[in-house]
Design a protein around this ligand. Structure first.
Ligand SMILES: [Zn+2]
Length: 145
């Protein structure tokens, strides 16, 4: 699957989320930016986002987040064993993450920030990206992760 940042496909409709934190027991102080990325295959209904996390502009972690329940992914993959091996529901650190900050720290921050509005924004970005690639107005990008 090829994931590209939502902003590259849907432009101004996309908003990146940034937070500034200080005195976290697990994470260095500074600004954390979350760039949500989506799969650009119009036939693929993976219903997830990959989130590139920047700390003061530097790429430090890569989060997988799937908003559907495990039944959905099990059906979608057609293989319960695979889903059990690498759960797609909820948030996890991707195996290709650079891991320059604590995994537990970044997952804790993500989960603390995750509210209904942010979740709804992921879902709407996903739909917009899929609609755009479906139209064929945008060639799938090359920014694989
Ligand atoms: Zn996909």
């Amino acid at each position: 699957m090829n994931f590209v940042p939502a902003g590259e496909i849907i432009g101004a409709k996309h908003q990146v989320r940034s937070v500034r934190i200080g005195e976290s027991p697990q994470l260095p102080d500074g600004e954390y930016t979350f760039i949500d990325m989506y799969c650009t295959d119009p036939r693929c209904d993976c219903r997830k986002t990959m989130i590139r996390v920047l700390h003061d502009g530097r790429f430090v972690s890569l989060i997988n987040y799937g908003w559907e329940n495990s039944d959905y992914y099990r059906r979608w993959m057609g293989d319960g064993a695979l889903e059990a091996l690498a759960p797609m529901t909820g948030a996890s650190i991707d195996i290709t993450s650079p891991d320059l900050v604590s995994r537990a720290g970044i997952l804790g921050l993500f989960r603390a920030l995750l509210n209904e509005q942010w979740k709804a924004r992921f879902q709407s970005h996903y739909k917009l990206v899929k609609a755009r690639v479906d139209d064929g107005r945008q060639e799938p990008g090359d920014a694989s992760v």
